[in-house]
Write a protein that binds this ligand. Structure first.
Ligand code: NAD
Length: 500
């Protein structure tokens, strides 16, 4: 079993009140780690350290190339420790080993992208603002200051990198609060930042609970910006609390993404794609394809093929290479998902596969839920409206492309979406009409660090990744540089200023 302390101002320290919590392996229920539990005072200490490091420390004043060099050291450390980090991620989060390998690899790749971004300059002239010879106008981009970053449990290391990478590349200092369910790889990351010699206070990592350390970060006046990823319900609270100090906020929240199969789709491809869209990581993905929209003319045969493959999905030990689906992250999450399944049946949807805990006694300690498929779903049902965040697919039918688009857009969410068709033009026409931040055509789950990612509607505010993403961690500044120089030629010469 591992033990971790808080990382504040370049030191590993106990929580001010000495409290700890344990992180549990969701497959075996063994304790993976005992972790110091950051409270309000610890969040205040971390915010103060980050403030000092921003206002008086070297980090914001380093050259972009120097910042990039520091970040590169962490990329190398993640790459060196891949196998170890994969094992920890599997134990702490219940991620299958196949997914965890991809996550750790992508964490290093994503951070490497931010190293390159750190060395880019976004500054440029603002053209056409005044006549030549009157003034020069520059648009400068500066770090926003101290960033409070709050992340969920579904991709623990990757989510930490998605916040730390752009925030640090832009010259900010950061306090990161990982999820209380999966603190382990974030604390390993703290060690890597420490070993890489980052100046004290630039990176602070405080594992703790949302209403304690998380809420304090959102309210603390020393924090300039909150970058939050998590549920829409908590996102609303974060936005409200941040309004007290008018903090900048970016929110990456929940989804209920519609997966539209058009009647000319390659059926084999679309069946596999639909399974991947919903059951990857046990359905615990914000942009999972949770609502499957099938053309009524093809729905029966599509569903039959989908069910034939769903029956073959292997639940098991997430550390086993042959396991397709592991446990959910916690007992609470398992109960929540089972509650939604019960509600689906109660409201009249037809349960055509799964719906409960697996019977296999070797899985009895894990927080498993079988891959579950409901047909005959109507978009007004709870299982079509609310984010379940588990392996539950709601299948609906439609008659026309227009109807499919209308159903897809009838949601408070707008994070992802997908269209399957052999006709690229037809698919693109449908994709453009979906009110969502990312729409895949004949694909799913591909999120690139070069493309902005985020939500329409209540799926979020702002974007991660791409140039749009890094600018969320910057303030824009207009620099007006006078080129007239002579008092009499000023346009305000005849206004309020007395001539003598
Ligand atoms: P959650 O909202 O319960 O918690 C997210 C984080 O917020 C955790 O660190 C938690 O401790 C913290 N938190 C909780 N209450 C808080 C408060 N009052 N003030 C400040 N912080 C608080 O979400 P979760 O269950 O950890 O993660 C699942 C959710 O995350 C899903 O809704 C999923 O869609 C979303 N998610 C979104 C994206 C995206 O990019 N849009 C990515 C991953 C996950």
């Amino acid at each position: 079993m591992k033990t971790y302390q808080l990382y504040i101002d370049g030191k590993f320290v106990e929580a001010a009140d000495g409290q700890t919590f344990t992180s549990i392996n969701p497959f075996s229920q063994d304790v993976v780690a005992t972790v110091s539990r950051a409270g309000v005072i610890d969040a205040q200490r971390a915010a103060a350290a980050a403030r000092k490091a921003f206002d008086a420390g070297p980090w914001p004043r380093l050259t972009p190339a120097e910042r990039s060099e520091y970040l590169k050291k962490v990329v190398d450390k993640i790459n060196e420790r891949q196998a170890d980090l994969v094992a920890l991620e599997v134990a702490d989060s219940g991620s299958t080993i196949r997914k965890a390998k991809e996550d750790i690899h992508l964490s290093a790749r994503n951070l490497n992208y931010f190293c390159k971004m750190a060395a880019m300059t976004f500054e440029g002239d603002i053209e056409g603002l005044s006549k030549p010879g009157f003034s020069k106008n520059v648009l400068a981009w500066e770090p926003v200051g101290v960033v409070g970053a709050i992340i969920p449990w579904n991709f623990p290391l990757k989510m930490a990198i998605w916040k730390l990478g752009p925030a640090l590349a832009a010259g900010n200092t950061v306090v990161l609060k990982p999820s209380e369910l999966t603190p382990v790889t974030a604390m390993e990351l703290a060690k890597m930042f420490d070993e890489a010699g980052f100046p004290p206070g630039v990176v602070n990592i405080i594992p703790g609970f949302g209403p304690e350390a998380g809420e304090e970060l959102v309210r603390n006046p020393l924090v300039d910006k909150v970058a939050f990823t998590g549920s829409t319900a908590v996102g609303r609270r974060v936005m409200a609390a941040a309004s007290e100090t008018l903090k900048k906020v970016t929110l990456e929240c929940g989804g209920k993404s519609a997966n539209i199969v058009l009647d000319d789709a390659d059926m084999e491809l679309a069946v596999d794609g639909a399974l991947y869209a919903i059951f990857y990581h046990q359905g615990q993905c914000c942009e999972a394809g949770t609502r499957l929209l099938l053309p009524a003319s093809k729905a029966d045969v599509f569903l039959e093929r989908l069910l034939a493959k769903t029956r073959k999905i292997k639940l098991g030990d997430p550390a086993d290479q042959t396991t397709d689906m592991g446990p959910l992250v916690s007992q609470k999450q398992q109960e929540r998902v089972l509650g939604y399944i019960a509600e689906g049946t109660r409201q009249g949807a037809t349960l055509v596969h799964g719906g409960g805990k697996p019977k296999d006694p070797s899985l009895s300690k894990g927080f498993f839920v079988e891959p579950t498929v409901f047909s005959g779903v109507i978009n007004s049902m709870t299982i079509a409206r609310e984010e379940i965040f588990g392996p539950v697919l709601s299948v609906m039918t439609y008659d026309t492309d227009d109807e499919a688009v209308a159903i897809a857009n009838d949601s408070i969410y707008g994070l992802g979406g997908g269209v399957w068709s052999k006709d690229p033009e037809r698919a693109l026409h449908v994709a453009r009409r979906l009110r969502a931040g990312t729409v895949w055509i004949n694909e799913w789950h591909l999120i690139s660090e070069r493309a902005p990612f985020g939500g329409y509607k209540q799926s979020g505010v702002g974007r991660e990744f791409g140039v749009e993403g890094i600018k969320e961690f910057m303030e824009s500044k207009h620099l007006h540089i006078d080129e007239v120089g002579v008092r009499e030629k000023k346009f305000w010469y005849d206004t309020v200023v007395p001539r003598s």
